[in-house]
Design a protein around this ligand. Structure first.
Ligand code: XIL
Length: 315
């Protein structure tokens, strides 16, 4: 039987997964699935700022380098995740007191050093992650507060300078459908393109829940970005449910995954469909959404769920 990655190749789209590096080291079946089922990978945590520079000026690249090696061995592309975010920042940065000029230098150096370290090995970078609130205003963060909204354009320029060949993305959640947040993002990327800021794509995370409506207008939404000449991707798909799981919720979950994938397949320059983990054995969901879980394509013992079958049928 062909893998999702192989089926995706015929459809012209990479099928990826986020990779948990502890699971990859410890769990042979996990490693086997990660290696064979997918044609791209995203580090779930190990390229985030708190992971690469927990101590100021001392870089820890080992775990992320391991993923780059794993991807090369398995003929996979790597999505770099993520350079500028309000979350998972190192303690020295969040608890330090810095002037705006210092913060600008700190951010510039972080982007330059990280992108250069992985230069030539990253297909797409999530340069800026989760910059918006759901109402379409820019999210309050150390970056917006101190550098102003121009930090977004600067981040793209700095990343491009460090690796001119990497594709550069802005990434966010709750932007699957047409809504105030996705429309505000559209306005921002329109402006960035007009200013010749080096941005290549928009990443739609795709964290859904069966208890909320599925974003059936995702293709209409992605078409708006496509029309600007931008690539798009589903970067973090999962479909959680209130526990315990049952057959109805598990079928609704398959529908949710399918809506996301079909939105991508209907969009000319949708490059990639990445799931945020592939087995219920390792998932961020139970730790983040109390009482929820079972969000992934495979059970805890790696058996396929209806969502896995649905994706295969769509491809
Ligand atoms: C999550 C990881 O899955 C968790 O392991 C970690 O504790 C917190 O971050 N949006 C993103 C991802 O862009 O980086 C987040 O990943 C999930 C939400």
């Amino acid at each position: 039987a062909r893998t999702l990655g192989e089926l995706g190749r015929r459809a012209g789209v990479r099928i990826g997964t986020a990779v948990d590096m502890s699971a990859l080291a410890a769990d042979a079946p996990y490693r086997e699935k990660a290696a064979t089922e997918f044609s791209s990978v995203t580090p779930e945590n190990v390229m985030k700022w708190e992971a690469v520079e927990a101590v100021r000026g001392t870089y820890t690249w080992g775990p992320a380098d391991d993923l780059v090696d794993f991807a090369r061995d398995n003929h996979q592309l790597v999505r770099g995740h993520t350079l500028v975010w309000h979350s998972q920042l190192p303690g020295w940065l969040t608890s330090g007191s810095f002037t705006a000029d210092e913060l600008r230098d700190i951010l510039h150096r972080h982007i330059t050093d990280e992108v250069k370290h992985f230069k030539g090995h990253i297909w797409q970078w999530d340069v800026v992650n989760e910059a918006f609130n759901d109402d379409g205003t820019l999210r309050d963060s150390v970056w917006l507060r101190n550098l102003g909204p121009g930090y977004i354009a600067d981040a793209f320029r700095w990343a491009h300078e460090a690796d001119p060949k990497a594709e550069l993305y802005i990434n966010d959640y709750n932007i699957e459908g047409v809504n105030p947040k996705s429309t505000a993002l559209l306005a921002l990327v329109t402006e960035l393109k007009a200013q010749h800021v080096p941005i290549d794509g928009v990443g739609v995370q795709g964290h859904l829940a069966v208890q909320y409506p599925a974003p059936h207008d995702i293709a209409d939404n992605l078409a708006r970005f496509d029309a600007l000449g931008l690539d798009t991707a589903i970067t973090e798909a999962d479909v959680r449910m209130v526990m315990p799981a049952d057959a109805t919720k598990t079928e609704a979950q398959a529908e949710g995954y399918s809506v996301l994938l079909q939105g991508c397949l209907l969009t000319e320059h949708c490059t990639d469909f990445t799931v945020w983990g592939f087995t219920d054995k390792y998932s961020w969901v139970p730790n983040t959404f109390s009482g929820q879980g079972s969000a992934n394509l495979l059970t805890e013992d790696y058996r396929p769920k209806p969502a896995y079958t649905a994706l295969r049928q769509d491809l």
